[in-house]
Design a protein around this ligand. Structure first.
Ligand code: 5RP
Length: 233
């Protein structure tokens, strides 16, 4: 029987076979799907595949090092050839919500430093309309409740029905990102104008980045529960 982790692994293998070539500079995404892919990539590197790699989170750096992938500081790479990362939700135009693992800022920086971004996921991540997964917004700690109020006022202008906002917590303490910021999760229900909302949120003072990735990905590789994987471009 194919489990969700098997489906993620199928996507990870397929993306390597389809897109990764010797000598490439590659950005490594975050989250469980990306970590499975990084482990597969580590096996290829052990077999002689030569890559220059950088990551989108401290957690992915730990996995990459564990499987023997040497890492380069993103500042020391001019332009990456390819970033491979996973979504929390993705529609058929490859627009996404990311940041379930609180790594959205580094993920977006690395995606924009790349000629191409390809998304990997299992088939449960594909949606008709974005917004069921709470949209993460990364905000600076200073005056975070003022920033939260401004986010709440902005959401209805972009076709968002739900305005329940929650500062992300773990074990009774606020989640702090790798860059030292808080995460506000916006329970939108559905998002009518994802492109407009992505830009508008980033205009609010105190917002560092948001989890809408509406322009970055140009393909998705999907692992399925029937044991197959496919590429959509
Ligand atoms: C982290 C992310 C992840 O890429 C996203 O949450 C997907 O994770 P998973 O593969 O575990 O479902 O955006 O900030």
């Amino acid at each position: 029987m194919t489990t969700q982790d098997d489906a993620k692994r199928l996507a990870g293998i397929k993306v390597i076979d389809t897109y990764v070539r010797d000598g490439m500079k590659v950005g490594l995404g975050s989250g469980t799907t990306s970590h499975i892919f990084v482990r597969e990539l580590g096996a290829r590197v052990a077999d002689g595949l030569k890559l220059t790699c950088t990551t989108t989170s401290n957690s992915t750096s730990a996995v990459a090092r564990e499987v023997g992938i040497e890492l380069t500081d993103v500042n020391d790479i001019d332009m990456l050839d390819l970033t491979i990362d996973g979504p929390d939700e993705i529609d058929r135009q490859f627009r996404m919500i990311k940041g379930g693992g609180a790594c959205l800022l580094w993920e977006k920086i690395v995606a924009h430093a790349s000629r191409r971004m390809v998304t990997i996921c299992d088939e449960t991540k594909i949606v008709d309309t974005l917004g069921r997964f709470p949209l993460p917004v990364e905000v600076v700690q200073y005056a975070w409740q003022q920033t939260e109020r401004a986010i709440r006022r902005t959401l209805p202008n972009y076709g968002v029905a739900g305005t329940e906002l929650v500062r992300r917590m773990k074990n009774g303490a606020p989640v702090v990102t790798d860059s030292g910021n808080f995460i506000i999760d916006c329970h939108c229900g559905s998002i009518g104008d994802a492109e407009g909302l992505e830009v508008a949120l980033n205009m609010i003072p105190g917002v560092v980045e948001n989890g809408l990735f509406t322009r970055e990905s140009s393909a998705m590789v999907v692992g399925c529960f029937d044991g197959t994987a496919y590429v959509s471009e």
